[in-house]
Design a protein. Sequence first.
Length: 318
Amino acid sequence: MPASFIGSQRVVPTMSPYASTVVVIVGLAATAYAAPPAGGTDAAPAALIDPEVFRPVLVPEGSLISRGIRAGESEAYYRVLDHARRVDPVTLRRAAARFLASRQKVSGSAAVRRLPAEEFPVFVDLYENVRSPEVYLGKPVTLRGHLRKLVEMPAGENPHDIQTLYEAWLFTSDSQQHPTVLVMTSVPPGLLEEVRRLKAANRPVLVNGVSGSGYFFKMYGYPAADAYRFAPLVLGGRLEWAAPRPGDLDRSLPVVLAAGVVVFGLPIGWFVWRNRSEDRRRRKRRAAGVPESFAWESDAEETRAVEVRESVEVVEET
């Protein structure tokens, strides 16, 4: 109880019991009305972000394709990350679901429109609209798939006191061998431990059941073995992982052994089944408008254009 309220009680010791009761009730009611909500005065922000926040991301030609995080967009980069970590995760996922449902509804493919919402090919739709920034820039999205890379890194100097960031490379069912790069402010401790365990055992990092919700920021350039490639960059709060339960592997062991007997005992039948399955998947991708491969703007002409833009920016900054 505040000291000022205690002091006021000492000033009027002769107040009648009835009047005292009324004062206490009124005081409690006023206190309840004026008190800030639990969790402090910083209420969780709304899911959607003002589009003006993302304007620095656009290069002069209106493109979203650039390498790394440029100096001119770093303020927006950290601001979006701060927003993503403060927004309620459920609110963000619902906003992403509404936006992606609107994208599915206007798809030119009847097969895509008939898909369950969770099977909407987000990666393909983003790819097809990469030269139309107004479609996805700053919009909330949710992606699900398997993780092949997870890097813990210092956030760098920023005005939002973000200390650590996590770069996750997520591969979805419609992205083939092309990643979506998610930069998140937190990840489940168990996921970090699983990645460290795989690395310590010299095994490739491949973790299923990973998902993340965040805001599409840009096409992020990264060096590859054969060329400079570009991947969607999504900024979010917490990466999610549906870790397998401890008993799942024990219960599945008999099934795995039985499958091994079938595979090695009937190789011809297995190869026939696999070829037919692949053929069905290929037909399904064609029906849904999923391309067989992605260029992802990694050709020499696009790379040179990015290099020219970056050299001009460096000259202007100096």
